[in-house]
Design a protein around this ligand. Structure first.
Ligand SMILES: O=C(O)CCC(=O)C(=O)O
Ligand SMILES: [Fe+2]
Length: 373
């Protein structure tokens, strides 16, 4: 027996194992939708229609974005880039999907409901055809680094995002809340762009989670889907703060040229609702550099495989290391030990030569796949 839930989620084999169906129904019964009043307030405070691409630079608009982040933990900017560029991104994302994407993986080991569900039901999930499998996460993705020969155009997005984040970090525009600038100070590194597609054929979705595993401070999502309708599904659903919150804050359509910014921690548990059309997005995470260096050392700055961390322009790599060293000395933390000559917190370490060595190593890398021996 197969259950077909709203927006086309399939649950097959219900007669032999009803747990998944029970879990799906329970989730739906626990969702608490926002009142019409709250939705109206959030739409007014957090959604900004830019008069033209790039106009976020105007202080009243920057102030509005900062106020939304400070008060409601997220901000939405429409018409962020010239539409021709967004169309070029979409074409590039389509090519990347055909040739380079791999399945997004659920990271087992975190205490999320879907990890347990996924593990408990491997067998059940295995019996269905690909298009009918129960899955916690249904996206395909690829990371694109600066200078990536596959689709170098994608980095036009990070140029604009780095400018926006740096400006929010500086703060100081009239009336702008200090909190946003303070929270962003740590975010001196960012990951490569992640280009993702959630296929309509498999009702792609990504169950509720928090983006904090990678020491992300801010999540930036940029959507590429022209002509997207409510009935296509694939909303980004934001929940009220709290890891297991079931109180829905906002359902955001992934329409083309829309940028969504939100704090990556428990302020914003979120999920992607299942989609009926192929849904393309570009994601960039801004990372707490000191925390990342403390956990991973310098390895992620010039990794031998996988995505890498990059200084947030206009910061240079040596400036980022210096800021992290200062932060670590302040807290007495052993930072970046192990690679390229010790801890960046050591005042005797020559950070210029450490940065040079990292940059040389980066220059040797072929960004497509980033494999160095
Ligand atoms: O594509 C989206 O709207 C969100 C994706 C997401 O939450 C993630 O990749 O962590
Ligand atoms: Fe996420």
């Amino acid at each position: 027996m197969t259950a077909l839930l709203p927006l086309g989620v399939f649950v097959v084999g219900c007669e032999s194992n009803s747990d998944i169906l029970a879990w799906e129904l329970e989730q739906r019964s626990e969702w608490k939708h926002p009142s019409a009043e709250l939705s109206r307030l959030l739409r007014e405070a957090c959604f900004t229609q830019l008069p033209r691409p790039g106009s976020w630079r105007e202080p009243p608009l920057l102030q509005r974005v900062a106020a939304a982040l400070a008060t409601h933990h997220f901000a939405v900017l429409d018409d962020f880039l010239p539409i021709e560029l967004v169309r070029d991104f979409r074409s590039a994302a389509g090519r990347l999907h055909k040739e380079h994407m791999h399945h997004g993986t659920v990271h087992v080991g975190r205490t999320t409901a879907y990890d347990a569900m996924e593990m408990a039901h491997e067998n059940l999930a295995g019996v269905a055809e690909e298009s009918q499998r129960w899955a916690a996460r249904g996206d395909f993705l690829v990371n694109i680094a600066e200078g990536d020969p596959r689709e170098p155009i994608m980095c036009r997005l990070t140029e604009e995002l780095d400018a926006l984040v740096s400006r929010l970090k500086e703060g100081g525009f009239e009336g702008g809340p200090r909190e946003v600038s303070a929270r962003l100070q740590a975010a001196t590194l960012r990951e490569d762009i992640m280009v993702a597609v959630y296929p309509g054929a498999t009702r792609g979705r990504y169950l509720r989670h928090v983006d904090d595993g990678r020491f992300a401070v801010l999540t930036c999502l940029f959507y590429l889907n022209e002509g997207w309708e409510e009935s296509d599904g694939g909303h980004l659903r934001l929940y009220m703060p709290g890891r297991s919150s079931k109180d829905i804050k906002a359902d955001i359509l992934p329409v083309a040229n829309r940028l969504v910014l939100f704090w990556s921690n428990e302020d914003n548990p979120h999920e992607v609702l299942s989609t009926l059309r192929d849904r393309f997005a570009m994601t960039v995470w801004y990372i707490d550099a000191a925390q990342s260096l403390e956990k991973f050392g310098l390895e992620k700055l010039a990794p031998s495989r996988g995505e890498r961390l990059n200084p947030v322009a206009p910061l240079t790599l040596v400036e980022v290391l210096r800021l992290c060293g200062q932060a670590a000395r302040g807290e007495g933390a052993p930072l970046g030990a192990g690679l390229w000559g010790g801890s960046v917190a050591d005042p005797d370490l020559d950070l210029d030569s450490v940065a040079d060595r990292i940059l040389q190593r980066r220059a040797l890398q072929v960004p497509a796949g980033i494999h160095v021996s």
